[in-house]
Design a protein around this ligand. Structure first.
Ligand code: AVI
Length: 330
């Protein structure tokens, strides 16, 4: 007789992501240079803090990209909406910028189906219900999954030409090898003629960049510290976030803002679920995020090297940010 309870698919997914989190935290805190992948900042609280960051006066990125959609929405819609297409948005979040594009496509009576993909169930559910209210005729299927699983699930649902949106400088959070890996996997999942629209934050005055990642209200600090709070909540850690502080600054040699949380004193942190304690020296960093910035030449090189043709770049007025439209060449 079976004495255990069978796990359903949802439970298996939760167990898998718990195990992945635990193993990434274990390896990240065991190395000589401590490191935690930035994707773990985004639980419910981390996603809420990120939404607040996007509203900050210092964080120019979101405003610049919104301006791009306001200024060039008609041109973008005209280029992507030429036939019945599937718009698959990777990491859709609150869809703030995308709404401008969806409205434009609808106003131009261009037929499309929208598939927002996000790892956060609450983000997908919130976005889907808000969009149905805002655009009652919208064809929308939310997909709760990581990026590539989302693309694969979309392909089971629909065979239309794909337009993949990857907005908001999310690509800037990959290190150079991760970025190439992401673009080549993306190319593999797509067909000849499919389109991608990717947001890149451009290199600019470093003071402006440093200010964007060091806001006066301390939201960026709370956002980075959230990874410690999440370890406490989900893995039984005893981090005292008051004994860590955020430090994020421009690294001119890598062209990235390197963010970390610094242990302000010598301390030991225990993580129950890992059955391990970790020693911290005073002022020892845990790397939490890199935010790379790019030149126009970098962006063109990424496209060509990974099998995409550049269709057009769309800039904001100050040329702080670019949304690059590429086409898959096979
Ligand atoms: C999500 N990502 C593009 C943001 C960035 O700018 O790197 C995350 C962020 N970190 C601090 N502020 C915003």
């Amino acid at each position: 007789m079976r004495t255990h309870t069978a796990l359903n698919n949802g439970d298996v997914e939760i167990l898998k992501s718990y195990q992945e989190f635990a193993s990434d935290v274990l390896s990240g805190l065991s190395g000589d240079v401590k490191f935690l992948p930035c994707k773990y900042i985004y639980d419910e609280r981390g996603s809420r803090l990120f939404r607040k960051i996007m509203e900050l006066p210092e964080y120019y990125l979101t405003r610049s990209e919104i301006e791009i959609f306001q200024m060039h929405g008609e041109a973008i819609a005209g280029l992507i909406g030429i036939e019945n297409c599937s718009i698959v948005e990777l990491g859709a979040g609150d869809g703030k910028k995308t709404r401008i594009l969806l409205k434009q496509l609808q106003d131009m009576a261009l037929p499309f189906h929208y598939f927002p993909v996000d790892i956060s169930e609450s983000a997908v559910n919130r976005l889907t219900s808000e969009l149905i209210e805002q655009f009652p005729a919208l064809k929308i299927n939310g997909i709760i999954s990581d990026y590539f699983e989302g693309l694969r699930r979309h392909s089971h649902l629909n065979r239309n030409r794909k337009v993949v949106l990857f907005l908001g400088s999310s690509l800037g959070n990959f290190d150079p090898a991760g970025l190439d890996n992401f673009l080549s996997r993306l190319w593999n999942e797509l067909n000849d003629g499919d389109l991608v629209l990717i947001g890149f934050d451009l290199k600019k005055d470093v003071d402006l960049i440093n200010t964007a990642y060091n806001d006066s209200s301390g939201i960026t600090e709370q956002f980075n510290l959230n990874i410690l709070r999440r370890i406490n909540d989900e893995l039984g850690g005893n981090f005292d976030p008051g004994k860590f502080r955020y430090y994020g600054t421009w690294d001119a040699f890598c062209s990235a803002v390197k963010s970390c949380v610094l242990s302000t004193c010598r301390q030991t942190v225990h993580i129950e679920d890992l059955g391990r304690s970790f020693e911290f020296e005073a002022w020892e960093p845990i790397h939490t995020e890199s935010s790379y910035k790019f030149s126009e030449e970098d962006i063109e090189t990424f496209a060509l090297k990974n099998g995409f043709d550049v269709i057009r770049n769309f800039y904001d007025k100050k040329r702080y940010f670019v949304d690059a439209l590429w086409q898959v060449r096979k």
